[in-house]
Structure formats: C-alpha cells, structure tokens
Design a protein around this ligand. Structure first.
Ligand code: GRF
Length: 225
C-alpha cells in the first residue's frame, strides 16, 4: 500500500556534462527520509560523465541528443515523452545547457528547478565567475530557482553565499561555489519535494507551522550551507 504521506516524489534530472550536482542529488536521495527519488537521468549530449554516474547508481538513463532533431520543438517533444514515460513529477536541471521553449517551460511550470552558480538575479548567463571577478563583487554564491522561459529567471527557492577571496582565480572561485551548490541543491529539492514550499504570485512561499496558512516564506538555510 502506498503511504501518501511518505511517497517520494519521482524526479527526472536533465544534464549535459560532468554531473557533479546530479551526484549530490543521487547521494541525498539515498537517505531513507529524503522526499524524492531519481527515476531517470536524461542527457542531451552522449557519453558524458553524468550518465556514467547515474548508471553507477542504478538509475535509468536516456540520451536525447538535440542534434538528432530538426527543431527545438521536436527535441523537446522527445524529452517530454521520455519524462512522462518514466512517470516524472518533478524535473531538475543540473548543468543542462539547452534553452527550453516557453511551451516546454509551461508544461513543467512550478515542477521544474534549475541551479545557477551566482546569487541571482545577479550574473545570469555563462562565464559567471569571470564576470563576478571582473565586477569586483565581494560575495557571490549559487541559487536554486523554479524555471521560467527567460534564462536564469524564476522564483528563488534557496541561495548560498560564497565570499570572493582577494586574488581569487576563476577556477578557485568556481570550485568553492560548486561545493556550495552540492549542499544547496539537495536542500532546495527537499523543500520542494516535501511540499514545504510552493510558488504563489511568482514568489516561493512556505507553510507556516502554526495554523496551516500560507505566508511569505524565506526558506531557512541550514548553518551548513
Ligand atoms: C554548475 O555550476 C551549475 O550551477 C551550472 O552548470 C554547472 C554544472 O556542473 N548550471 P555539474 O555538471 O553539475 O558538475
């Protein structure tokens, strides 16, 4: 019998590369009380390290190579079919490097997360760490947010701050932010998969513990973040 209170959310993960954030989610999902299980990992690029990580964890993998499709819409239709076939309820981008159309984003609205290596809304897009260093910012970090059609936009679930050290290199900063990402993503997915937060009016809201009413919610960041 399925216990509805403890049923784990079925999660699909989209990747394009090495998959270290995927690994962090795989490791978190091994915990008995984690509210999500990864049921499929899909890569748009064949042969990437993330696929090997999923296989090593016994998770079904699919390659949906965008180069095999004449249009973005056809690529996304295949992606969508693979996700539905696996019974995916929640979707996580983890280093997924394809822009998605409004139509796909709408189909997965508020059931679709992304991680970005900056404190959004600052430093959207690529070459984030180089631009942070160039700007002279003293604090950067990472963000998990719900996906919207515009790149790196959408209601913010959780963030972690990382100080920029004097003399930091792009590689050094990227490595420290990545460590924070590996703590943040499992935390944010837990909040969403457990139903502790949801999107209301383009903000992430949480259930107050006192009376069951929804109120503006600032997701608590564990000290370890
Ligand atoms: C991460 O920095 C993530 O924030 C960004 O792409 C990178 C993916 O790294 N979107 P990995 O594939 O998870 O190791």
């Amino acid at each position: 019998m399925v216990d509805l209170m403890t049923a784990k959310k079925r999660v699909g993960v989209l990747i394009s590369g090495r998959g270290t954030n995927l690994q962090a989610l795989i490791d978190a999902a091994k915990t008995r009380d984690y509210p999500a299980e990864i049921v499929v990992v899909i890569s748009n690029a064949p042969g990437v390290q993330g696929l090997a990580r999923a296989e090593a964890a016994g998770i079904p993998v699919r390659v949906v190579n965008h180069k095999d499709f004449a249009t973005r819409e056809l690529f996304e239709a295949e992606l969508d079919a693979a996700l539905n076939q696996a019974g995916v309820e929640l979707l996580c981008n983890a280093g997924f490097m394809r822009l998605l159309t409004e139509s796909f984003v709408t189909r997965w609205l508020n059931r679709h997360l992304n991680i970005h290596p900056s404190l959004l809304p600052a430093f959207k897009g690529l070459d984030t760490h180089a631009r942070v260093l160039q700007s002279g910012a003293r604090i950067t970090g990472c963000t998990v947010h719900f996906v919207r059609a515009a790149m790196d936009e959408g209601p913010i679930v959780a963030q972690a701050a990382v100080p920029v050290d004097p003399g930091d290199t792009e590689e050094g900063l990227a490595a420290r932010v990545l460590e924070a990402e590996h703590r943040l993503y499992p935390h944010a997915l837990r909040l969403v998969a457990s139903g502790a937060v949801r999107v209301e009016g383009e903000h992430v809201m949480g259930m107050t513990q006192q009376n069951g009413q929804f109120a503006v919610f600032s997701p608590p960041l564990p000290r370890t973040l």
